[in-house]
Structure formats: C-alpha cells, structure tokens
Design a binder for this molecule. Structure first.
Ligand code: PAF
Length: 290
C-alpha cells in the first residue's frame, strides 16, 4: 500500500527503519505533473532499489519573480493515481512551510556552472534546485537519486554538488523520453496550443542538424549557425535563449570537439510562443570524426 507522507520527521523515521532492515532506498524528486518521463525514472528506480520514494514539491525557491510558479500545473490526485499504478512505495508531499519554515537563510550554490546556459536567463534557479535537492537528500538519505537527462544542466550541477560536498548518494541520469515526433516530454508542454505543439519538435530537429554537421567535421561555430538559422525560420520561435555546444561534465564551452572531447553536449532553450522549451543531446564522437 503506497504511503503519502507530508511531514519531514515522519519520512526520516520511516526511511531510517527501512534502512535498518537493509533496504536500498531510491528517490525520484519531482514537482508533480507526472508524465512518461517521470514514469521512466520511477521504473529505473524500482529496478535498482528495494524502496521507491517520489517527492512532489513545486519548489518556490527555483522560480524567478516573473516565472510560472503560480500557473505551474498541479494535480495531486492524478499524480497519486499514476504513482500508485507504478507501485511507488512512498510519496513525500510536503507543504512549502514544511520544507522552508519562516526564516530560511541558507542556500547551496554550484558556482560558474549555475551562471551559464539556463542559469544566465534564470538567475537563482539552480541555487533553488540545489538547495531543495540537498534538503530532500538530508531528509530522506536515499542510496540512489534519479533525474532526467532532459534537464541536462540540472543533472550536471547536481553531480558536481554531490562530488564537491562529499555526499554519499548515487546520482543516476536517465534518458530523455520523447513524443513520436521527437519533442522531449516536459510538464510545460501542457502550455502549448495545438498549432504550437505541431511545430515544437523544431528544437530537436535543430539539435539533430547541429549534431550531423559536427559529425561531418564542420566546426562548432558553423554547426551552431545552421541550427540557429533553422530555429529562426520557424515563426513560432519567439526567442532563442541559447544554442550551445559544450563539454557534458563541467559544461565548458567547446570551440571544436577534439580527441579530448569524445562526448559533446548540444543544448538549447527557446521561447515557443509563451512557453520556454529546453532540450539537448549528448553526442559521442568516434575517433575518425574528431
Ligand atoms: O526537475 C525537477 O522537477 C526539479 O527541478 C527538482 C529536481 C524536482 C527540484 O525541485
């Protein structure tokens, strides 16, 4: 029977007891509005752990003042039903007051990596993500924690946080789940109208174009120019926040993928009408391509 726990002391106590019984604990942190992407994280967690916990918490601290915190999709009953279908063991569903109290003053910051890509356009976002994730880690102390590769910068930053702060939790990155036309699943896709939705896979197409150019030996600059051109030609694309080609570990900008960079990250964020879409691909270069 799936348990729904709202209190942090209670979940700590329950997990502590399960650990004493030798159970391996997996955590899937979410902000709710569950979709197939989250279900793939839950499935992976269930395969690798004895107990699967998901947290559902729309974290106010990771939203900027003009962002979509108020309208972020929330439907706990639907999420509860989906989690129960997947045989999740525990949902941790705290209120904002339970997570932050009245006078929260402490934040976690992974410097440099939080200022680039999405961080440049969403100041403070990754500070909010790291703070809430570290709090969830401290409350639950899971063995493994599962995150989607769609939010690649988030995944890279959390891996760095765990390594820099000697946190003994395995961060597991899981493949992006896509619609048949290539659009990466995201809770924010719900904001797209029908016409926008039909055209939204342009982001993945542009990333694929950059990939094919780099594979053909073109420079990072040329690949980027072609991809940006393709995006600009689509009338639904209102703004390109960034289209970057970087190293997938510390997210440093790459001039040209050389032999040292056998893997490259192609990542972009665009405004599609009033919806901000992000996507990325990690491309493995073979010897003769570099
Ligand atoms: O990826 C998300 O849904 C959120 O950023 C996370 C990791 C649950 C932290 O609030």
């Amino acid at each position: 029977m799936m348990q729904i726990i709202k209190n942090k002391n209670e979940i700590s106590r329950i997990v502590g007891k399960l650990k004493k019984e030798g159970k391996k604990i997996g955590l899937v942190p979410t902000m709710g509005a569950l979709h197939e992407g989250h279900l793939s994280l839950i499935k992976r967690c269930k395969e690798e752990c004895d107990i699967t916990i998901i947290s559902i918490f729309v974290n106010p601290v990771q939203f900027g003042p003009n962002e979509d915190f108020a309208r972020y999709p929330r439907d706990f009953e639907r999420d509860r039903e989906m989690a129960s279908q997947e045989e999740v063991d525990i949902i941790f569903y705290p209120e904002p007051g339970e997570m932050y109290g009245d006078r929260h003053l402490t934040y976690v910051n992974v410097e440099k990596m939080e200022k680039i890509m999405c961080g440049k356009f969403r100041p403070g976002h990754f500070k909010g993500v790291c703070t809430v994730v570290l709090k969830l880690f401290n409350i639950i102390i899971p063995d493994n924690a599962y995150f989607g590769m769609k939010d690649f910068q988030q995944l890279a930053i959390l891996k760095k946080m765990v390594s820099d702060l000697d946190i003994n939790i395995q961060i597991v990155g899981c493949e992006t789940v896509r619609e048949p036309d290539g659009l990466a699943l995201s809770s924010r896709n719900a904001y797209l109208n029908q016409e926008e939705r039909k055209n939204a896979n342009i982001l993945f197409q542009a990333i694929n174009l950059a990939e094919s150019e780099v594979r053909q030996g073109r420079s990072v600059k040329t690949a980027r120019i072609s991809a940006v051109k393709m995006l600009k030609e689509c009338s639904f694309v209102k703004k390109i926040d960034y289209f970057d080609i970087r190293d997938p570990v510390e997210l440093k900008a790459l001039k040209n993928p050389g032999k040292q960079n056998m893997k490259i990250l192609i990542a972009s964020a665009i405004w599609f009408g009033k919806t901000r879409l992000i996507d990325n691909k990690v491309v493995e270069m073979s010897q003769n391509q570099s």
